[in-house]
Write a protein that binds this ligand. Structure first.
Ligand code: NAD
Length: 487
């Protein structure tokens, strides 16, 4: 099966047991191009119960062999898969771009995160060791990391190949079988990787792809033979996944959910650096990134200068909002009409008593779902624009006087994904880094991630961590073997 997918030859079959097959479910998904709202396809498979069962059955059959495949063989397959992802980067990123609308550079970066996650985890296949404990009591204790079995990943629309890599790579490296369920809004790149899964040499049933919507995700979350779901998406859906997992077989659940990340900018910071990071945080992927710094708190002494530069840079970027197919485009549309209406609703309501519009606030063009980067100042801290995740290019900026005041403000939220602090004072930076109630903190940077370091949030931003050794732990169960040495 050669990879020959493109926007003129869209993948429209499920990938089960190393074959592209038609869905048993007659219902289909429709997907649209956000740059003009046109229909891309209305016949994308929506996996139903029969399809999920078929994939799970194939995975159950494949599991014993994959679990016992030598580490070096697993490693080589994973490395080949990473190479194949990059070899077909142009086609894969286009397949995402036509329904996500992200600019080309963003797509390249997203794909690279996916392929690098496979390389990183391939390196772990023969290094993820267990432990042994003292035997002076007459018992040798061996602690092993064992695969969970059939596992699944449910992904959001904003970074389909990167998110696939964060989940599939550690699952497969530790000997699990893995079923991917991409978002109904951006399914094509995920469906297309089936051909690469086969070419890389994954045995049938080890790595499968089921497109579908929330109903497919719910079937997976409730399935009695799936032992783990790694979910990335909204808080509301994450809670449903957790509930379905608990009601079914208590499958393990990792949740990577939403955020409303603060960036705290002190008077003594390098202003240029603080502006660069906070502008990038707001505009990358049109603000549709879970760890985007969308609450910016700036100390009084530097506030006016910061506001002037932040505004200037965002206004300048407004000129490069446009067609994601153009190399010069830095900001594309938001993903679809529903998201467009949602973000505009926040902007509209925000102008009625919640804050003062500093920049942006308008639609760009008269077709497609383009929105100017939008900033509010003088915000009411109880307002929805200050408290809720908007998941679009909208931020709030507020001034503060003291460290105590800004830390209280930063932590006064149910989210806890990421925070950033900008200062030249190392003591303050480290003190604040430990005071943030978040899973990740940037010092003189914000809204970034590293594949070798744990990624995830506290509070309602999630449960568990992806990336680094933490992802391997999340896809394995600890087993204690006690050997009676006196027998
Ligand atoms: P979403 O929750 O609507 O959907 C996510 C996935 O869940 C999709 O594949 C969807 O089909 C599936 N789903 C929907 N209902 C389901 C159900 N009942 N059971 C199981 N699965 C179900 O989220 P979205 O709109 O695709 O993505 C945006 C959200 O994702 C934002 O809140 C954003 O912050 C979050 N996000 C978080 C991270 C992170 O790593 N923390 C990364 C990216 C996005």
């Amino acid at each position: 099966m050669a990879f020959n997918f493109s926007k003129d030859n869209l993948p429209k079959k499920l990938f089960i047991n190393n074959e592209y097959v038609d869905s048993k479910n007659p219902n289909k998904l429709a997907v649209y191009d956000p740059k003009d709202g046109s229909l891309v396809a209305d016949d994308v498979p929506l996996a139903g119960e029969g399809d999920v069962d078929a994939a799970v059955l194939a995975a159950v059959k494949a599991l014993p062999r994959w679990k016992n495949t030598p580490a070096t063989q697993k490693r080589d397959i994973m490395l080949k898969f990473a190479d194949l992802l990059e070899h077909h980067a142009a086609a894969l990123t286009e397949l995402t771009r036509i329904t996500l609308g992200s600019p080309k550079d963003m797509g390249k970066g997203e794909l690279k995160l996916g392929s690098e996650s496979f390389r990183y985890n391939a390196g772990w296949t023969d290094k993820f060791t267990g432990e042994s404990l003292p035997q002076e009591d007459g018992f040798l204790k061996i602690i092993r990391n064992e695969p969970l079995g059939v596992t699944a990943g449910i992904t959001p629309w904003n970074g389909p190949i990167a998110t696939m890599g964060f989940k599939a790579a550690p699952a497969l490296a530790t000997g699990n079988c893995f079923i991917l369920k991409p978002s109904e809004k951006t399914p094509f790149a995920s469906l297309a990787i089936g051909a690469l899964i086969q070419e890389a040499g994954f045995p049938p049933g080890v790595f499968q792809v089921l497109s579908g919507d929330g109903s497919t995700g719910a079937l997976i979350s409730a399935h009695m033979r799936i032992r783990k779901v790694s979910f990335t998406g909204s808080v509301a859906t994450g809670k449903k996944v957790q509930e379905l997992a608990a009601r079914s077989n208590l499958k393990r659940v990792t949740l990577e959910l939403g955020g409303k990340s603060p960036a705290v900018v002190f008077d003594d910071c390098d202003l240029e650096n603080a502006v660069t990071w906070t502008v990038r945080a707001l505009t990358a992927n049109t603000g549709q990134i879970c760890y985007a710094a969308t609450r910016v708190y700036v100390q009084e002494g530097i506030y006016d200068k910061f506001i002037q530069q932040y505004k200037q840079r965002l206004q300048a970027l407004t000129g490069s909002i446009g067609d994601p197919e153009q190399e010069s485009t830095a900001i594309g549309p938001v993903v679809d009409e529903a998201q467009f209406n949602r973000v505009n609703g926040f902007i509209e309501r925000g102008q009625h008593g919640q804050g003062k519009l500093l920049v942006g606030g308008r639609r760009v063009g008269n077709k497609g779902f383009f929105i100017e980067p939008t900033v509010f100042t003088d915000v009411d801290t109880a307002s929805e624009i200050h408290c809720q995740e908007i998941f679009g290019p909208v931020s709030v900026v507020k001034s503060f006087k003291t460290e105590e005041e800004v830390m209280a403000l930063s932590n006064d939220t149910n989210f806890g994904l990421m925070a950033g602090v900008f200062t030249q004072d190392i003591n303050r930076a480290l003190r604040i880094a430990s005071d943030f109630e978040t899973g990740m903190v940037g010092v003189n940077c914000v809204s970034l991630m590293m594949l070798n370091s744990p990624f995830g949030g506290t509070k309602e931003s999630g449960i568990g961590r992806e990336c680094g050794i933490h992802a391997l732990r999340a896809f394995t169960e600890t087993k204690t073997i006690m050997v009676n040495l006196t027998y």
